[in-house]
Design a protein around this ligand. Structure first.
Ligand SMILES: [Zn+2]
Ligand SMILES: [Zn+2]
Length: 169
């Protein structure tokens, strides 16, 4: 639950305000519809149905606005093109822009262990203080992965990995 509320904090304030207004506007609109419409089907709804018709569209609208706000804040935090993603989330119908965003979003940026500046995933060195963020080859300096025995770029033997065990003996 705390992680969920943490995530909600990245929704920009503007999006929360718009969501609030959208909710109130939708509720007022449907109350007015019930007061002034002479549609028999609407008037014959049971009380619970009337309450649902008044409240639900506002809830859905507010959730939609908050999701777009989340896409905006999350894309910004991940160093992605957040303006483009916000527009896609807003204008591609049926929330397909939002779904696409969750499929395609970049991994979260992490703080550098040296200077705690937020760095983009995939960086080998911190652009600010130069701390090594991933293991590198001592010969050519290219990033290598833990468990690799040789550098794929220059063929240098990597330390920390013994010779592969021979199953035949
Ligand atoms: Zn750093
Ligand atoms: Zn190398």
């Amino acid at each position: 639950m705390s992680r969920f509320t943490e995530e909600l904090k990245i929704i920009p304030k503007t999006a929360r305000i718009i969501a609030g207004f959208a909710y109130v506007a939708a509720v007022v609109f449907w109350i007015l519809m019930f007061l002034f419409s002479h549609d028999r089907e609407m008037q014959s709804l049971p009380e619970a149905g009337k309450i649902a018709v008044v409240l639900l569209p506002g809830v859905i609208l507010a959730c939609y606005v908050l999701l777009i706000g989340y896409v905006n804040g999350d894309a910004r935090r991940r160093g992605m093109r957040y303006v483009m993603w916000t527009l896609l989330a807003m204008f591609i119908p049926n929330a397909i822009g939002i779904i696409l965003y969750f499929i395609l979003r970049d991994p979260l940026m992490k703080p550098c262990p040296g200077c705690s500046l937020i760095v983009r995933p995939g960086f080998t060195f911190c652009p600010h203080c130069g701390t090594s963020l991933r293991p590198t080859c001592s010969n050519c300096g290219k990033a290598v992965e833990i468990g690799w025995a040789n550098c794929p770029q220059c063929g240098t033997k990597l330390p920390g990995v013994g010779p592969a065990p021979n199953p035949i003996g």
